[in-house]
Design a protein around this ligand. Structure first.
Ligand code: GAP
Length: 458
């Protein structure tokens, strides 16, 4: 169980400056969110950690930053134009609109996963199990229509079908269409991966649960190209790698589980898929999808572009289309799981405190500099802040008594509070307070970096 409800978390994050309602001063835009000073830092840290682990520290992998806008044929080839659609159903009585699979999932408290159901199966299930409209309580729905989730726009000044383009609904296709470019320029040999972080857009029918499902979000995707026949080995490797990564950055291990897709649920091009799910306050939800996508995407792009995307195996001299294993995760979803895991309210002897026990590598600020008495210690505090902020994000807080400043920084997850006092001026020492244990020790100014470096390691 999470230690805070969704509503409480949303209000806490707004209060602290992590996440604001998008377009707030104009009455907001539904399901759009802006990231404040702390949310921006947390988001950057999430992306940096992913990048380090999946790209920078792995000699098999390289990075890419492909365009959001792509040739329309990309989406024809990938199948998104014809298949990337959700089953839309309307209540005839009150006109509320639902995603039919989600309606079933919610009515069965998540015990039925209707993701792979055909339209006929969805309709039958809703009828047979007398699933009613959550708003008006009637069981009187329209037939299912397929609603394509891609945002359409126009390129250039003429708004006709020739200038129609789409905002990408996943970053993955940008990787597939650059397979040949990356292969040639990086001189990689199989197996190798291409990682990418970037915005994706989906006109979701039922966005919601705060930043869990939105229409604009960021993805961190790795397309790992393998020799056919070895893909299961790599699928199992990345499946575990992703789970270990989540645990290493502080996502509550007891709230995580693997959910392997049953055969009937698998996409037609996939020979294995697992979701890593997190227990959110509304139940388990997909956090990270790991899919073995066979050679489907490259084959499709080869067919539609007429460019040969085969790989020439230098060992066997054989040509073949690589198989792909894809771990794909949303930045915001990962942030949400991190925040639910880190949030704690603790009763202390005299009062209570909220503390975000974020892994120090994720913490927006690595330390806060606290001049004990502004007029005596501000100059030295500024000097220490200037030196440390060359290397880390550092907070500076000189307002209110020390106790209040500790609490403020506990609540935003700052791992160390560093107090500058007369001893700093006279002996070159500071008091270092640990966020989680609240213990304090006196250390030399020149040792501060050593302490920070030690805790931000993964
Ligand atoms: N390329 C594969 C792909 O995009 P997906 O399961 O549709 O697969 C991967 O998405 C991940 O992206 C999800 O596990 C989730 O973390 C994130 N994601 C997908 N849709 C999202 C949305 N509407 N809002 C926020 N995150 C989303």
């Amino acid at each position: 169980m999470t230690k805070i409800s969704l509503e409480e978390l949303v209000s806490f994050l707004k209060e602290q400056g992590f996440v604001f309602q998008g377009s707030e001063i104009y009455g907001g835009l539904a399901n759009a969110w802006d990231y404040g000073p702390l949310g921006t830092l947390l988001k950057r840290n999430v992306k940096d950690l992913w990048w380090n682990k999946f790209v920078q520290n792995n000699k098999l992998n390289v990075g890419l930053d492909s365009a959001i806008l792509m040739n329309k044929d990309v989406w024809q080839a990938s199948g998104h134009l014809s298949n990337f659609a959700d089953p839309l159903i309307d209540c005839k009585h009150c006109r509320s609109r639902y995603r039919a699979d989600k309606l079933i999932e919610e009515a069965t408290n998540g015990s039925v996963n209707a993701d792979g159901f055909t339209d006929e199966e969805l309709v039958n299930y809703i009828k047979e199990h007398n699933i009613c409209c959550p708003k008006c309580g009637q069981n009187d729905f329209t037939n299912i229509r397929r609603f394509n989730l891609m945002f359409k726009t126009f390129q250039g000044v003429v708004e006709d079908s020739l200038s129609e383009i789409y905002l990408r609904p996943e970053t993955a296709q940008g990787i597939f269409i650059n397979f040949k470019n990356v292969l040639r320029t990086s001189r990689k040999k199989l197996p190798f991966g291409i990682g990418q972080i970037g915005k994706s857009f989906r006109n979701e029918i039922t966005p919601g649960n705060f930043i869990f499902r939105t229409r604009e979000f960021e993805q961190m995707e790795l397309e790992f190209f393998t020799k056919p026949g070895t893909e299961m080995e790599w699928f199992n490797y990345w499946r575990q790698f992703c789970m270990d990564f989540l645990v290493s950055i502080g996502v509550d291990k007891d709230a995580l589980r693997f959910r392997d897709h049953e055969k009937e649920e698998l996409s037609f091009y996939s020979n294995a898929t697992t979701d890593i799910e997190f227990l959110f306050p509304w139940g388990f939800g997909e956090l990270w999808g790991i899919a073995s996508r066979t050679d489907y995407d490259l084959k499709q792009h080869m067919k539609y572009s007429k460019v040969n995307l085969e790989y020439l195996d230098p060992e066997t001299n054989q040509k073949y289309i690589p198989y792909v294993v894809e771990p794909s995760v949303g930045v915001e979803r990962m942030m949400l799981a991190i925040l639910f895991s880190a949030y704690n309210k603790e009763e202390l002897e005299k009062d209570s405190r909220v503390v975000l026990k974020l892994h120090p590598a994720l913490a927006p600020y690595k330390a806060v500099i606290l001049p004990l008495i502004k007029k005596n210690h501000a100059a030295k505090a500024q000097e220490i802040y200037d030196a440390l902020s060359q290397k880390y994000s550092i907070n500076y807080d000189d307002a209110g008594n020390i106790g209040k400043r500790y609490r403020r920084n506990d609540a935003i997850g700052t791992p160390y509070a560093i107090t500058i006092d007369d001893d700093t001026l006279n002996n070159g020492t500071v008091t270092l307070r640990d966020r989680d244990t609240m213990t304090q020790k006196v250390i030399k100014v020149e040792d501060i970096e050593k302490y920070i470096d030690e805790i931000i390691k993964l």
